[in-house]
Design a binder for this molecule. Structure first.
Ligand SMILES: [Fe+2]
Length: 124
């Protein structure tokens, strides 16, 4: 598996070279329920050494399914385009994760992969 990423060009390469588009929403007020339920919900907590990034899937209380047929498979955190954290999920897991990252001036991006609907990103 390859997991190179290029945040600036909004493409990523995952799973044996299959390139997928990264979806993101501009405005939660105009986003559809489909878009809201796929977008990572991110909470930040300041730590002395950096930041704690708490991630769940779905905005505005719209939950994404987590079943054998349709699920969030992973959540990844990128700092300046570099992968700094990853959590994997199966159908019996709750797709939530916390990542501790060092303070950085680079942009943090959080991505989640839905097995049916691709990669969804939130930028901090
Ligand atoms: Fe989905």
């Amino acid at each position: 598996m390859s997991d190179t990423a290029n945040i600036d060009n909004a493409v990523t390469e995952v799973n044996d070279g299959v390139v997928q588009e990264i979806h993101s929403i501009e405005d939660t007020d105009t986003a559809s329920d489909f878009e809201l339920k796929h977008t990572p919900n991110v909470e930040l907590e300041e730590l002395a050494s950096g930041q704690l990034i708490k991630v769940s899937i779905g905005l505005k209380g719209i939950a994404h399914p987590q079943t054998e047929e349709h699920l969030t498979e992973w959540i990844r955190v990128f700092d300046g385009g570099e992968l700094v954290g990853e959590a994997l999920f199966g159908p019996n897991d709750e797709p939530v994760a916390s990542f501790e990252v060092k303070r950085s001036d680079s942009q943090i991006a959080v991505q989640a992969l839905c097995n049916l609907h691709g990669i969804w990103e939130a930028r901090l």
